[in-house]
Design a protein around this ligand. Structure first.
Ligand SMILES: [Zn+2]
Length: 382
């Protein structure tokens, strides 16, 4: 079945009509009768998301219905591909979540097409306070290839990204194994020295996970892991541009230095998409979500308790800073992550590419999703 999607191309700003057939963009021609306020852009891709709308991928009670609920809630936010992110946990808990995710993929086409892979963030991370962030110390451990292979077997190869601390014993050999197996390695939650960062890059590490966050409060001014990752030509960087995790000047510098190798991630917790209020985190601490979307430890507004903003919210925040053009910012949340993943048929609105698209309007500083199209099928309409 053929369908036509019309709108203003987000980059050329010209009216276009896209003929969609069998999940692909068949033709792209000049559109007639296009609503001048409705834009078309590629669907958003979130490389790091821990949960949404009250559901956490890391809770033991996760069900297939909940994975479907998250997938549909993300369609409403313009996200057409995402990586459920599993944080440091026990072997049993990680294995259980992988099983639930796998079952969810095999039971539902939309889930299967939307989960581009699983991101394992831990347990091979720094145990130091600061770099460790909120990852539970008792489950932090050194890289263990056999354990990873066990998880990858449960996941049937769907673990596509692993974030690790390269200074841990055995980490460099572990990175090389991952590269050979086609798993993308990210550097994060690390206390590595500059040489260890360089060794990780030489071994094949591809990007920095939420650069500038999960780090020590105070660092040596010249020789430190942030400068080293920033200076690396090879490393891409993911950034949490939610308005709380990185000050504007730092975001500005990261975007200038990393240019087209910077990617926006939500790193959203399950509190994203919920109303402001007081909540309990899954590790039992009381947290507060205020009206601006800031999530912090109850009674300590300076202590962030993770992110509670969607990827679309991060796009809107970055647009509001005027640090970059709207088209470039959308690319950082859609086309760039697909580039990093090597998915060339999802890089932009081109004939022959897979039709993962959003139609949106800009309204009072926010992006209002009108339609989300997943593999050619309308999966959300306002
Ligand atoms: Zn993290």
């Amino acid at each position: 079945m053929t369908s036509i999607i019309k709108g203003i191309h987000y980059k050329t700003e010209q009216p276009v009509a896209l003929e969609i057939n069998a999940g692909l963009i068949k033709t792209s021609t000049t559109g007639n009768g296009v609503n001048p306020n409705q834009f078309i852009a590629p669907g958003l891709v979130d490389l790091q998301i821990n949960g949404f709308k009250g559901i956490d991928f890391n809770e033991p009670v996760l069900t297939e219905e909940q994975v479907l609920a998250i997938t549909q809630a993300l369609f409403e936010e313009g996200v057409t591909r995402y990586f459920p992110t599993l944080i440091t946990n026990s072997d049993a808990a990680i294995s259980n979540t992988l099983n639930v995710l796998l079952n969810s993929c095999s039971q539902n086409k939309h889930i299967n097409e939307s989960i581009a892979g699983i991101h394992l963030e831990g347990p091979f991370l720094s145990s130091e306070d600061g770099p460790r962030g909120a990852h539970p110390l008792k489950y932090i451990q050194n890289p263990d290839w056999d354990l990873f292979c066990k998880w990858q077997e449960i996941a049937q190869g769907k673990i596509k990204i692993i974030t690790l601390a390269p200074e841990l014993p055995g980490a460099i050999a572990f990175i090389k194994h991952c590269v050979a197996a086609g798993v993308i390695v990210a550097i994060g939650h690390t206390a590595a020295n500059s040489e260890q960062i360089r060794e990780a890059v030489a071994a094949g590490a591809r990007f920095s996970t939420h650069l500038g966050n999960a780090s020590h409060l105070v660092l040596p001014r010249h020789d430190n892991y942030i400068w080293e990752q920033l200076a690396s030509e090879e490393l891409w960087a993911t950034l949490i541009a939610d308005g709380f995790h990185l000050p504007q000047a730092l975001l500005n510098v990261f975007l200038k230095v990393k240019k087209n190798k910077s990617i926006l991630v939500s790193d959203a917790t399950k509190f994203a998409g919920l109303k402001p209020g007081s909540y309990q985190s899954h590790i039992g601490s009381a947290v507060e979500l205020d009206a601006s979307g800031k999530l912090f430890m109850s009674g300590s507004p300076k202590m962030l308790a993770g992110s509670a903003r969607s990827l679309l919210d991060c796009v809107d925040y970055l647009i509001s800073t005027r640090l970059d053009s709207t088209a470039n910012i959308l690319d950082r949340a859609s086309l760039r992550p697909n580039e990093l993943l090597g998915d060339t048929r999802r890089c932009g609105i081109k004939e022959g590419n897979i039709a993962d698209l959003i139609v949106f309007e800009r309204d009072a500083g926010t992006t209002k999703i009108i339609q989300t199209i997943k593999s050619g099928e309308v999966v959300y309409s306002l």
